[in-house]
Write a protein that binds this ligand. Structure first.
Ligand code: PMP
Length: 411
């Protein structure tokens, strides 16, 4: 007997509900459009990338090469080699004043996977995660994939883009599982001093069901006399509900090597390993060997690179603040400016288009000025736009000139 399938229609593809509300990130979309324009021959300057423009230092590359020659090409221990965990333990002790035992440390394929593991391992459907905005978009997207509920709190430029204790207190409910903080921040560059963290940690002490995930990814990129601190060092009473997330991507210019790590309470670390074991198994063996060299090796080049970023920060902030309608707070760290653009809203482009939102402004800069930047709406706070200044100074100067000219053409 044959079955007649000619009348059976294929159902249209339906994504699972846990990802249906998550679009491809605005940053990725904008980047793709800018690249396409560049391929068409347009002289687009792209200031969107979230990665240092430096190369990975040679001694780190050499460690990778040696690992390959020594046959370190197999699976490693699930959540990090003993050598890398020891280097991470030493780093936390030396640089942060926090003691983590080896079984309180986990290594993953980038800090992004650390976040994914942590949220998948802890959120039940409907659990709430408090996230100050502007925020790195992956936080809320991963919370949603894990079927949790992001609770976004807008943090104004006037408050230094930092979450205030009263705002945190008001956001906490019996369903709150995590607070996520990121200092220095992508996208605002704002960083928390010890006195900024203290009132927030006091709130958490009063709410023992809320855990704190801190993303210290940009720890080494801080300016002037800013002293980086991490909450587990400030408040040891909270240490057993803090996950301290970090990685080699930004400090050591190793974005492509994909190694992130975290220190935290043993039971959480174990649960995160369960998620990882069924997602990617261990991180890359060669990248782990390279990361040992990054953490244990010379650190002096960090100061040089930091100084170079600081020169570019100063250039960009001064350039933006000289433009009528823009207002840029001086960031304490990372390699981003998050400039206000309220002063250009309501104006009209030479082509007759109204600039109603920060996204309209960024579209205008791309179309008319050949400069690609990312609107604040992509990071949950408007009207702002983010510039990544991890680009050559000559490009930054040219981009600022084009932005100034484009703004002067608005009516
Ligand atoms: N946290 C922040 C704030 C970031 O900006 C990034 C990278 N854009 C990450 C985490 C993830 O870094 P990786 O996965 O490369 O370790």
């Amino acid at each position: 007997m044959s079955i007649n399938t000619s009348k059976v229609e294929e159902a249209a593809f339906q994504p699972a509900s846990r990802i249906s509300s998550i679009g491809v990130s605005e940053i990725v979309k904008l980047g793709a459009k800018a690249q396409a324009l560049k391929r068409e021959g347009r002289p687009v300057i792209i200031l969107g990338a979230g990665e240092p423009d430096f190369d990975t230092p040679d001694h780190i590359k050499e460690a990778a090469w040696k690992a390959l020659q020594a046959g370190q090409t197999k699976y490693t221990a699930l959540d990090g080699t003993p050598e890398l965990k020891a280097a991470i333990r030493d780093k936390f002790g030396r640089e942060n004043g926090v003691d983590y035992a080896l079984d309180e440390i986990t290594v993953a394929t980038g800090a992004k996977q650390i976040l994914f593991n942590a949220l998948m391992a802890t959120l039940n459907p409907g659990d709430e995660v408090v996230i100050p905005t502007p925020y790195w978009t992956s936080y809320s997207d991963i919370v949603q994939i894990a079927e949790g509920k992001p609770v976004l709190i807008a943090c104004d430029a006037k408050a230094g883009f930092r979450l205030q204790a009263e705002e945190l207190e008001a956001a906490i409910t019996p369903k709150t599982r995590w607070l996520i903080l990121n200092s220095p921040s992508n996208p605002s560059g704002a960083a928390y001093r010890e006195e900024d963290y203290r009132p927030l940690l006091d709130v958490l002490l009063r709410h023992p069901h809320v855990w704190l995930l801190v993303d210290d990814m940009y720890e080494h990129i801080v300016y002037d006399d800013f002293r980086f601190v991490t909450p587990a060092a400030i408040e040891p009473r909270l240490k057993n509900r803090i996950l301290t997330v970090n990685g080699v991507s930004k400090a050591y210019a190793m974005t492509g090597w994909r190694i992130g790590y975290a220190g935290g309470p043993r039971d959480l670390i174990k649960a995160m390993a369960v998620v990882q074991s069924q997602a990617t198994s261990c991180p890359s063996s060669v990248s782990q060997a390279a990361s040992v060299a990054a953490l244990n090796g010379p650190q002096d080049f960090l100061a040089e690179r930091k100084a170079s970023f600081q020169r570019r920060r100063d250039l960009v902030v001064a350039g933006l603040n000289a433009i009528e309608g823009l207002d840029c707070r001086v960031p304490e760290g990372a390699f981003y400016t998050f400039s206000g653009c309220a002063g250009v809203l309501g104006k009209t482009t030479p082509g007759g288009k109204l600039i109603a939102t920060d996204a309209d402004f960024c579209a205008y800069l791309l179309e008319d000025a050949n400069v690609a930047v990312v609107p604040g709406s992509a990071f949950g706070l408007s009207p702002f736009f983010r510039i990544s200044y991890a680009s050559a100074e000559s490009e930054l100067i040219e981009a600022l000139k084009r932005i100034a000219e484009a703004c002067s053409r608005l009516r």
